[in-house]
Design a protein around this ligand. Structure first.
Ligand code: IPM
Ligand code: MG
Length: 373
């Protein structure tokens, strides 16, 4: 139990962000009462909401608020159809999300993928491939690789006398960058089923060779954890064939982006998946940024249709990783489990074939979970 006030910046963003954030805040207030902790939540605009409010995807005041906060609870940003004239560097994905990751050194992205048994029907795999249940953790490096490597630009070139363009992205990793994310993966595995599958493309990429070498060296500090290496193309296939073989999947930035979406599909709905992005601040490893893995889902925004569970489970990760409040975190996860057990379903996880299932909206799901805290 902490006597300090936990200062949380709540950045709801665009699309379904505000409505799922509202439910997460509701649940946090229930946790506050139940666990005797004090939480101060301050909201600020980001994404298109930031552009509308202050002309920038990441307004200065929003960034200042984040700097003064103990952790960031994030909704989602980006509306693909809005204003194509805004340069890509100023669009929310780069100017807010990638900027915040870099700004706060959020190098470790944890994406737990879990298929709840009552939701087995939402998994695209046949029951025999689901085994005893799918439960894996993607540990994605978040501030290196091709997303940030320089040079990164599009330039004009003449090719055989014809004016043309050339786009350049650079994949670059250093030993310390690989080491620190590998430690996160091995430590995560120690708290789970003690297996790390390290993903690379060592048969083609220099980055892959270094990745494999450094991860192997780091593994020597963790004799209780089994390490295996897998090429990324095979990893993508194995996720479909036998996802139960994975415990922790350790990936560089882009491979982790791709494989975590693929893994998410196994849990039936993106609306179920939380994520934590952790960094170092003031020498502390626990400054964190917590967001649902799904996007803004503009097609269902504002209709009380969105599943708030990913946002709610993200608050559980926040309590666990940033504030060391394991009981409160479990309390949220158990309440989500209880809501699902009791048959409550938003549209994305509903099937009429389940006689116990009752289809409800965003607000009712949030209220039900808050009531079960
Ligand atoms: C994610 C998203 C982002 C990423 C985009 C929106 C920049 O896909 O968090 O996985 O690629 O990292
Ligand atoms: Mg992604």
């Amino acid at each position: 139990m902490s006597l300090n006030v936990l200062k949380i910046a709540a950045l709801a963003g665009d699309g379904i962000g505000p409505e799922v954030m509202r439910e997460a805040v509701k649940v946090l207030h229930a946790v506050e009462k139940k666990h005797g902790i004090r939480i101060q939540i301050t909201e600020a605009p980001v994404g298109w909401a930031g552009i509308d409010a202050a002309g920038k995807a990441l307004p200065d005041e929003t960034l200042a608020l984040c700097r003064q906060s103990d952790s960031i609870l994030f909704g989602s940003v980006g509306l693909p159809d809005r204003d194509p004239t805004i340069p890509k560097e100023e669009r929310p994905e780069r100017a807010a999300l990638l900027r915040l990751r870099k700004e706060f050194g959020l190098f470790a992205n944890l994406r737990p993928v879990r298929l709840y048994q009552p939701l087995a029907h939402t998994c695209p795999l046949q029951p025999e491939r689901q085994g005893e249940g799918i439960d894996l953790l993607v540990v994605r490096e978040l501030t290196g690789g091709m997303y940030f490597g320089q040079p990164k630009r599009t330039e004009s070139v003449e090719i055989e006398g014809v004016q043309s363009k050339r786009a350049i992205d650079t994949m670059v990793y250093t030993t310390p960058e690989i080491e620190r994310i590998a430690h996160v993966a091995f430590q995560s595995a120690q708290a789970r089923r003690k297996k790390v599958t390290s993903i690379d493309k060592a048969n083609v990429l220099e980055n892959g060779v270094l990745w494999r070498e450094v991860v192997t060296n780091v593994s020597k500090h963790y004799p209780d954890v089994v390490l295996e290496h897998m090429f990324v193309d095979n990893g993508a296939m194995q996720l479909m064939l036998k996802p139960t073989q994975f415990d922790v999947m350790l990936c560089e930035n882009m491979f982790g982006d791709i494989l975590s979406d693929e893994a998410a599909a196994l849990a039936g709905s993106l609306g179920m998946l939380p994520s934590a992005s952790l960094g170092a601040r003031n020498g502390q490893q626990t400054f964190g940024f917590y967001e649902p893995a799904g996007g803004t889902a503009p097609d269902i925004a504002g209709k009380d249709l969105a599943n708030p569970i990913a946002q709610i489970l993200s608050t559980a990760l926040m309590l666990r990783y940033s504030f060391d409040l394991e009981n409160a975190a479990r309390g949220i996860e158990n309440a989500v489990g209880a809501a699902i057990e009791s048959g409550l379903r938003t549209g994305d996880i509903y099937t009429s074939k389940d006689p116990n299932a009752r289809r409800i909206g965003t607000t009712e799901m949030g209220s039900a979970i808050a009531a079960m805290i």
